[in-house]
Design a protein around this ligand. Structure first.
Ligand SMILES: Cc1cc2nc3c(=O)[nH]c(=O)nc-3n(C[C@H](O)[C@H](O)[C@H](O)COP(=O)(O)OP(=O)(O)OC[C@H]3O[C@@H](n4cnc5c(N)ncnc54)[C@H](O)[C@@H]3O)c2cc1C
Length: 465
């Protein structure tokens, strides 16, 4: 019997990706008065991509990025590093919410990924990118047909997808739990997210973007044609603002109606030896996931560790966030047990790091947008578990909105219409916890949703990480 509690206790409570040298020097806090054309609140991927694209479009634009902690503090350095083409949290989700726009969204997602990779080349950002594709595995009988159907739909949309039977699946990666697989050969690139954040920050700085760390924005107030962005010790007068605070959903109160923070837990193993690698195959180094409603995602690092995350999606009353929530639930121990069920041949392998991070989710699991002050302010957030690539596109939408441009992006129903809001507390917590329980029950019941999940489906809403 593997002592998962002891293994988790031995892991360093730190984010593996940012626990390496190479972070840019911490920027000075905002103190006193300043002036700029555009203020961006939050230095995660959305904020950094907004700054970089705005500066590349118009090098003369004065841009300031104001971050409560340090660049990448939020989800952007804590994620799995699956940088996917999908803008809609997967094909399935896109098809159920925006069927009429799906073709356009797929094309935009493809272009976004291509342009993202081209930007890395242009600015010499080594995000350790590996275009491996990804495989979803069925680990329960009911998931096999679901994967087969998904592959057929993907092929119908011209995607490079292949159904793998049990033997083919296990030839790619050897786990006794695999019954089938769906291989998406082209739509996913594995990246080191901290290197991506740091590289983007350096690229922005090289173009003259100014950064302020440890400067939480408390308020954004209009004054004639300008907006005043205030922190505890300073303020910036600007023409335009982009709010890129994702799961924090602040300081714009409206965001809190649509975005809730969900904590996802992650483990990183020690590097695998050559024999351990040989025991699991995985020569294609693809990003992997299983395909229950509660699912794990996992991938290799450049030094052959396995990142293993997901499954539990924890919401805390009142949009609870912060370090005290990151170790509350026993989720690390739960997923450590699942790791050795998936790879029993790796018994003896330890975990080097454990962490958790806040996922900003909406009731449609994909980005949503809002504006205020005659669209001089825009916000973009809520990518759920698929924002590494989509945040570049989300930032582009926010730029269109503050610049008053009508584009193929702003025409999309996904941009024009908001998802159903979450109810206020205390109902919010009750609904989310009840829905979580129903999702667990559906997984135990052959994937069949009960009446509550069916009702939510009818209204086109749900809960996911
Ligand atoms: C554990 C985990 C695993 C994930 N795995 C993947 C994956 O493999 N692939 C994928 O595509 N997506 C994944 N995601 C989602 C992805 O990481 C996010 O969608 C993406 O990073 C969102 O970027 P962002 O810039 O919008 O938000 P964040 O990176 O969260 O940035 C928001 C920033 O705003 C700052 N901020 C908050 N309030 C204020 C304020 N008042 N003033 C100033 N600054 C403020 C925060 O400090 C933070 O730095 C994962 C997320 C998590 C948590």
């Amino acid at each position: 019997m593997i002592d998962t509690k002891a293994l988790v206790a031995d892991a360093k409570p730190a984010v593996f990706w940012s626990d390496q040298p190479g972070a840019p020097v911490t920027a000075p806090p905002l103190v006193g008065d300043d002036r700029a054309d555009l203020a961006i609140i939050g230095a995660g991927f959305t904020g950094l991509w907004a700054a970089l694209q705005a500066k590349e479009d118009d090098p003369g634009r004065e841009i300031v990025v104001i971050e409560a902690e340090e660049a990448g503090f939020g989800a952007s350095t804590r994620n799995g590093g699956f940088c996917e083409a999908s803008l809609t949290h997967g094909l399935d989700n896109g098809l159920s919410h925006w069927p009429n726009d799906l073709r356009t969204l797929l094309d935009m997602g493809d272009r976004n990924l291509t342009d993202l990779l081209a930007t890395l080349e242009r600015f010499d950002i080594d995000a350790r990118a590996e275009r491996t594709g990804q495989i979803s595995f069925a680990t329960e009988e009911w998931q096999v047909e679901h994967l087969r159907e998904n592959v057929e739909i993907a092929i119908g949309y011209g995607l490079d997808a292949t159904f793998l039977d049990e033997t083919e699946a296990r030839a790619e990666v050897d786990s006794p739990t695999y019954l089938a697989g769906a291989y998406d050969k082209d739509g996913a690139v594995m990246v080191d997210p901290a290197q991506l954040v740091w590289g983007l920050q350096r690229a922005c700085e090289s173009l003259g973007v100014r950064f302020h760390d440890h400067s939480r924005v408390r308020a954004i107030e209009p004054r004639a044609t300008e907006l005043i962005v205030a922190t505890q010790d300073g303020r910036v007068v600007v023409d335009r603002v982009i709010v890129a605070t994702n799961a924090w959903a602040e300081p714009e109160r409206e965001m809190r109606r649509y975005i809730i923070p969900i904590y996802d837990h992650v483990l990183m193993t020690e590097p695998l030896s050559a024999e351990q690698m040989a025991s699991i195959g995985w020569h294609g180094r693809q990003g992997l996931a299983d395909s229950g409603n509660q699912f794990h995602y996992y991938r290799l690092t450049t030094d052959n560790r396995i990142l293993w995350g997901g499954y539990d999606a924890n919401y805390y009353k009142g949009n609870g966030m912060g370090p005290k929530y990151e170790e509350l639930t026993g989720s690390h121990e739960t997923i450590a047990g699942h790791f050795f069920e998936t790879f029993p041949q790796l018994e003896g392998l330890g975990f080097s790091h454990r962490w958790a991070g806040p996922i900003g989710t909406t009731s449609k699991f994909a980005a949503t947008f809002g504006t205020r002050h005659d669209a001089r302010l825009a916000w973009a957030a809520g990518y759920t578990g698929l924002g590494v690539g989509a945040s570049r596109w989300g930032a582009r939408v926010a730029l269109d909105l503050i610049d008053g441009k009508s584009t193929e992006r702003t025409d999309l129903a996904m941009v024009r219409k908001k998802p159903m809001p979450f109810p206020p507390e205390p109902l919010r917590n009750m609904v989310v916890q009840f829905t979580r329980g129903q999702i667990e029950a559906a997984d135990r019941n052959g994937g069949r949703p009960g009446p509550w999940l069916k009702l939510l489906e009818r209204f086109g809403v749900g809960f996911d990480s």
